[in-house]
Every structure is written in C-alpha cells, then in structure tokens.
Design a protein. Structure first.
Ligand SMILES: [Fe+2]
Length: 245
C-alpha cells in the first residue's frame, strides 16, 4: 500500500510538471474508487455462483418461476456473454470483474452490457433472503440516518429511484469514496462502478427493476414489486458490505 501511495504521488507530481494535472486528478479519483471495491472479499468472478436459496424461497414477494427464469436464463446469459466478450477482447477472466467495470469505456458494448449484467445480478441474489430483519442495524443504520435523516426517508427515495427509472435499469444505494451514502439509478445494466457512470461509487445495495424481474407476477405494477422487495433485503449482508469499505 505504501508503494502504491508513493507511486501515485510520483505520478501526480510528474503530471503537474507536464501540465497534466487534470489527468492526474482523474487517476486519483478512479484509484480511490478501485480501492473502495478491493477490500470487499471475495471480489466478483466471471462465473455465475450458485444461489444460496431455492427458487421458491422468496415467495410470495418473488415467485419461484420468476426466480428460476431470472437466474437460469437472464443472469446465466450475462455470465456466458461476459466470458465470450472477455475472450474476444483479451481480458483475463481470472481477475476480478471489478477491474473491467472500472475501465468499461475501453471495451465493447457487449462487454458493458454483460459485465454489468453479471455483476449486478451476482450482487442482487446475495442481497435478498427469506425472513429479512426489515431494517439495517449498526453502522449502516447510523449512516442511513445521517445521510437521509431516517430509514423511512431513505426507503422512499430508493423506491422512487426504482419507480422512476424509465425502461430498464437499477436503483442503487452507493457509498462515495468518502463513505457518504447516495441513492441513484442507472439505465440498462450499467452500474456505479463503471467509469462511464454519471455518479460513481461503491454499490452497497441494488434493486433490479427490469420487467424480467417482476412481470410474470406483477405485470406492470412495478411499485408493488418494489414495496414487496423490501421484505426480502438481507440487511446482514448489506451491512457487512458497507462495513467492508
Ligand atoms: Fe435481472
């Protein structure tokens, strides 16, 4: 870590001397963001990990058929396609997926859509469980109160981000590099780790609002899906994730 800081300072000094201060600032920003992802172990692999619960475990909020199709068809396809893109574009799939996301602008649209899709779903499955406690505790609960005034205010803001995302996308609770919490949303399979994201940060919690996540049971009633999804949030996992950064 010490040599990393030294080399960063060295780079900034050299850049400033050559009139590249802006480039240096961008490197520092992306370095901070990359740092925010690395302490969370394990980092995300290119392989789809098994679900830790049965397809019907999240009923009635999410029905078994939706879960099965979502996991075995949609998410499995992102995992397959991101590996194809990696092979075509010379990416080492033994490395963390986060490394690709941080430089996604350098890759193809296929990589962007499927690296995002794979990462987002891997996080989504882990962020849910049957028998949610209903609320965060500890440091995450305190941070939510500090940043949003109350859990209910946060919940309303996050729900609105999901409801108002036009078309397909995600609602996120993110931590910025200085550990402030924000609610944002991203289109399609983009996420806040991507260098092209309008607002960047570490995704603490994400909600899939693509129609494939809810249409079989809820049809066009996305707000009802979101309201019921709150009953599934695995706050132990999400709290540990927040504390890992
Ligand atoms: Fe999805």
């Amino acid at each position: 870590m010490a040599s990393k800081h030294l080399s960063r300072r060295g780079f900034i000094a050299a850049s400033a001397k050559t009139g590249l201060a802006l480039a240096a600032a961008q490197v520092v920003t992306s370095d901070l963001l990359a740092h925010a992802t690395t302490p969370y172990a394990p980092s995300t692999s290119f392989d789809q990990t098994p679900l830790s619960y049965a397809y019907n475990a999240l009923e009635p909020a999410i029905d078994a058929l939706t879960m099965e199709i979502h996991y075995t068809k949609h998410a499995a396809t992102y995992a397959k396609n991101v590996k194809e893109a990696a092979q075509a574009e010379g990416v080492d799939t033994g490395k963390p997926l986060e490394d690709v996301l941080a430089k996604i602008s350098k890759y193809s649209a296929k990589m962007r859509n499927n690296a995002g899709g794979h990462y987002n779903h891997e996080l989504f499955w882990k962020s849910m469980k049957a028998g949610s406690s209903g609320k965060p505790t500890g440091k995450l609960a305190a941070a939510i109160d500090n940043n949003f005034n109350s859990f209910d205010a946060f919940k309303a803001q996050f729900s609105d981000a999901g409801k108002n995302r036009f078309g397909s996308g995600w609602a996120w609770l993110i931590a910025t590099p200085d550990k402030k919490l924000k609610v944002i949303s991203t289109p399609n399979q983009d996420n806040p780790l991507m260098d092209i994201a309008e607002v960047k940060g570490f995704p603490v919690l994400g909600l899939d609002v693509w129609e494939h996540a809810y249409y079989l049971h809820y049809q066009n009633r996305r707000p009802e899906y979101i309201e019921n999804w709150w009953k599934l949030v695995n706050w132990d996992f999400v709290g540990q994730r927040f504390e890992s950064i």
